[in-house]
Design a protein around this ligand. Structure first.
Ligand SMILES: C[S@@+](CC[C@H](N)C(=O)[O-])C[C@H]1O[C@@H](n2cnc3c(N)ncnc32)[C@H](O)[C@@H]1O
Length: 263
């Protein structure tokens, strides 16, 4: 039990090279993606209601009290699973610039709900890679849940210094855009058809000055009654504008967004 609970913390995950998936949806995602959990622990009632997922093995029936102790949420839905850590976040395949990739680079985004939402939106918008400069651990249970499992499908890389990554991206010919709450070009005026990196900053401190120096500034204009937008909301608007401009295929389905919407 102590070993399993240690997966709530980054240290425990690293030592055991495992992550903890809480809830039915993340297990369904595993099945869909053909990822094989190392262990599924569920209550008897959950197992009876989810026979189709019980094909996945090995599995163990535990009491509701034991399941609660394993989970990080107060009201788990009856199942937790252990999965080998999908990646150590240190490398990614080379980018194909001809395919006009879009990268999202997150500077110290620390709220697990925000990071999970950004990852879920990135997958929905067809972002090619997500770079992390510090911030929340993408393998922590709250991020996994908030991402609705998107974290299991995305290409993720953690940089010791995002500045180094951004400098490399710029030298490779990507346009570097920094999302700032005011003072940038309105996001609909940006040419999103170019290969790009979109930088988004920490919830309190925003983007590091060194990163802003490397970039063209882009803003989602809004009323002055609030100081700024939530980072995931700002990202969502810009990512969907890029899809609007590029008539981008919906990720994984190969259909034109515009065609699907009709005239
Ligand atoms: C909550 S904001 C941080 C506000 C912080 N006080 C600052 O000075 O930047 C978190 C991040 O969301 C993005 N963001 C928030 N509002 C935005 C807007 N209106 N346009 C573009 N990006 C925005 C920026 O990347 C920002 O660094």
């Amino acid at each position: 039990m102590a070993k399993l609970r240690s997966l709530h913390q980054a240290k425990g995950r690293k030592e055991q090279n495992l992550i903890l998936l809480e809830g039915t949806h993340l297990l369904q995602e595993c099945e869909r993606l053909r990822l094989e959990p190392q262990l599924i622990c569920s209550t008897d009632i959950w197992a009876q209601r989810h026979q189709y997922l019980m094909k996945l093995t090995p599995r163990q029936i535990v009491s509701p009290e034991v399941l609660c102790a394993m989970a990080s949420t107060e009201n788990p839905d009856g199942v937790v699973s252990l999965l080998a850590m999908p990646s150590d976040l240190t490398s990614l395949p080379q980018l194909d610039l001809a395919a006009k990739p879009l990268l999202l680079a997150l500077d110290r985004v620390q709220d697990p709900g925000n990071l999970g939402t950004l990852l879920r939106t990135s997958l929905a918008a067809g972002v090619d890679q997500v770079w992390l400069g510090g911030g929340a651990d993408p393998w922590q249970p709250k991020v996994l849940r908030a991402s609705a499992g998107a974290v299991l499908q995305l290409q993720l890389r953690r940089w010791p210094s995002l500045v180094a990554g951004i400098t490399t991206a710029k030298q490779s010919g990507l346009q570097v855009l920094a999302a700032v709450q005011r003072g940038g070009r309105p996001y609909w005026e940006v040419d999103w058809q170019l290969p790009s990196v979109l930088l988004l900053g920490n919830e309190g401190a925003g983007l590091e000055a060194e990163l802003i120096d490397e970039a063209q500034l882009v803003t989602v204009p809004h009323g002055q009654e609030v100081e700024s937008l939530n980072v995931a909301v700002a990202a969502g608007l810009m990512l969907m504008e890029r899809n609007r401009q590029t008539h981008r295929a919906i990720h994984g389905r190969g259909e034109s967004l515009i065609a699907e919407m009709g005239p």
